[in-house]
Design a binder for this molecule. Structure first.
Ligand code: SAM
Ligand code: DTB
Ligand code: SF4
Length: 319
């Protein structure tokens, strides 16, 4: 087995990212096969349980109250309708259900109790349960762990150097602190980032270094392509070269061999061939369903047809 390393230098990451593509993909496939089945993809389903009106100013996000994106602020969803969505997700083949809230941090009291009920309910359906609710304190992470939460998503999004260009209402260190709280509580970590926000290649290496030098590695690493949403400061960013997406995925796979690498936002823009390249480069999960949190995603039919054509399949049971 390739050893897991936590001391990758920027130079090493740069060298891997810029390998000739066939060599990069060969290396990514080689480590992928040591740790994962080459023909199986995990289906995850997202649900926005609390949409819009977020006090943070993340330049990419349609849910920030700082920008006019046409999204209405909504109240926290009920436990009942959340669990109904989770059942539907299970029926369409997902094994992980991820609940997202447009919060800066998690409020205590009734709303938090409601979240704990949702987590318990999702787990009792036999699904992995993931939450992404903003900053989390240690005691909150412990309560979520007790409720059975499988994973907490909290993206580092980009390099520490570029972070302040995209978000001014919080710091990179605050992000790292939440990740540490999650880890300490024994909940698995889901953390990744976005490319296509006008970052340099160095920023991509910096993000990958931050993720891969955590010990243990985040068990789950979502790689998102920016979804350009009208009204956000990043609405006019130029299109990302698809090979950069593939390189990012392959490099993440090589640096973090045992982690799930998730081909996340931005799939609607990708051809079947481009998605296939991402799978070959080591991505082994997708978000299913017609919506991510608030933006569109390919229809389930298109995904199942593609997997069938490729002779690949969805994981049949939750881990
Ligand atoms: N409010 C919480 C937080 O920021 O951690 C959780 C929800 S937030 C919407 C979850 C993640 O979605 C962000 O960290 C970001 O990586 C991703 N995201 C948001 N808007 C996006 C966009 N337009 N394109 C790609 N990814 C996006
Ligand atoms: C992640 O890295 N991407 C997902 C999930 N984790 C929470 C969210 C993507 C959101 C895309 C924009 C939207 O639909 O609002
Ligand atoms: Fe709020 Fe999360 Fe969107 Fe940032 S990414 S504005 S914290 S919902």
């Amino acid at each position: 087995m390739t050893n897991l390393r936590h001391d990758w230098s920027i130079e090493e990451i740069e060298e891997i990212y810029n390998l000739p593509l066939p060599e990069l993909i060969f290396r990514a496939q080689t480590v992928h096969r040591e740790y994962h089945k080459p023909d199986a993809i995990q289906g995850c389903q997202l649900l926005s349980i609390k949409t819009g009106g977020c006090p943070e100013d993340c330049g990419y996000c349609p849910q920030s109250a700082h920008y006019k994106t046409g999204l209405e602020r909504e109240a926290l969803m009920s436990v009942e309708s959340t669990l109904e969505a989770a059942k539907n997700a299970k029926d369409s083949g997902a094994t992980r259900f991820c609940m997202g809230a447009a919060w800066r941090d998690v409020p205590n009291g009734e709303q938090f109790d409601q979240i704990l009920e949702m987590v318990k309910g999702v787990r009792s359906l036999g699904l992995e349960a993931c939450c992404t609710l903003g900053m989390l304190r240690e005691d909150q992470a412990e309560k979520l762990a007790e409720a059975g939460l499988t994973a907490y998503n909290h993206n580092l999004d980009t390099s520490p150097e570029f972070y302040g260009d995209v978000i001014t209402t919080r710091t990179y260190d605050e992000r790292l602190k939440t990740l540490a709280n999650v880890r300490k509580a024994g909940v698995t970590v889901c953390s990744g980032g976005i490319i296509g926000m006008g970052e340099t290649k160095n920023d991509r290496y910096g993000l990958l270094q931050q993720l891969s030098n955590q010990d243990p590695h985040p068990e789950s690493v979502p790689i998102n392509q920016l979804v350009k949403v009208k009204g956000t400061p990043l609405q006019d960013e130029k299109a990302l070269d698809v090979f950069d997406f593939v390189r990012m995925i392959a490099t993440a796979r090589i640096l973090m061999p045992s982690s799930m690498v998730r081909l996340s936002a931005g799939r609607l823009e990708l051809s079947d061939e481009a998605q296939t390249l991402c799978f070959i480069a080591g991505a082994n999960s997708i978000f299913m369903g017609e919506k991510l949190l608030t933006t569109p995603n390919p229809e389930t039919n298109r995904d199942t047809q593609l997997l069938e054509k490729l002779g690949m399949k969805l994981f049949s049971a939750a881990a």
